[in-house]
Design a protein. Structure first.
Length: 259
């Protein structure tokens, strides 16, 4: 799969996931009244994250928002926070992903910058998907716990009438949306590898002379202090030229000549 196709598919899948998360958060059917024991009823109740609704048999529906925050359970408020955080991160990830698409050129933006932006948006999508899945799962766990507690109380005769709530359609929308956002984030992270430019590697090349008989001779290098006089201009005792012998070689005094 090419990098551009993977990036575009990740963007589209993540967009569907974030849109589904927004839809699930706004829906009022997170929990619906269980009609297993009483299929015929004049009042049907269902609840969401922001309000509870009652629908009568005549078709009239009345919804009442939650006017309190401190009176709600702590887990309920945690579900709200998780969904909101997931939506905010998802929207920011979509904005970053739009500018990171390889098919869109903005000025002289390099591929390295696009790769970093793609990776950032992918991480945001993954976190947004995990937040949605976690929030929906926590709410579902609350419903299961309350359902079995209500069932136990009903069988023990502690309460004559006890409304039980089961999973609503918003929970399934949230699970699917979180999964899509998670998959889209993974695809964006995979597309980041294809956007990173390959590092150029420079190898050392040995230089050989073209001629076979060319040889280079190096002599000893003497480092001077820079303040020595030119040996050709030196005069005086101690700088006379050494006498030459019969074979043309110069003879230098040994250490025994000074004794």
């Amino acid at each position: 799969m090419s990098t551009t196709l993977c990036q575009v598919m990740g963007f589209l899948v993540s967009s569907l996931g974030i849109g589904g998360s927004i839809m699930a958060t706004a829906m009022d059917t997170w929990s619906t009244q269980d009609l297993y024991d009483n299929p015929v009823t004049a009042v049907f109740q269902y609840q969401g994250l922001w309000r509870s609704c009652v629908r009568q048999s005549s078709g009239f529906t009345e919804c009442r928002p939650y006017f309190t925050i401190l009176g709600l359970p702590a887990m309920f408020q945690a579900v709200r926070a998780l969904m909101i955080v997931g939506i905010v991160l998802g929207i920011l990830g979509l904005l970053v992903c739009i500018f990171a698409l390889k098919c869109i050129r903005i000025g002289s933006m390099e591929d390295t910058a696009k790769a970093n932006m793609t990776l950032t948006s992918g991480i945001m999508f993954i976190i947004a998907g995990l937040c949605a899945i976690t929030g929906v799962s926590v709410f579902a766990n609350m419903l299961v716990t309350n359902f079995w507690m209500s069932t136990t109380n009903m069988f023990q005769g502690m309460q004559n009438v006890q409304n039980r709530y089961t999973f609503g359609s918003a929970l399934f929308v949230g699970w699917v949306a979180g999964g899509l956002a998670l998959v889209g984030g993974i695809m964006m992270c995979l597309a980041c590898k294809g956007l990173i430019p390959e590092e150029s590697r420079y190898k050392a090349v040995s230089y050989n002379a073209s001629g076979r008989n060319i040889s280079y001779r190096t002599g000893p290098y003497k480092v001077g202090s820079g303040y020595e006089a030119d040996p050709k201009t030196r005069k005086g005792t101690g700088y006379e030229e050494a006498p030459r012998s019969e074979d043309g070689r110069r003879s230098y005094p040994s250490k025994y000549d000074y004794v």
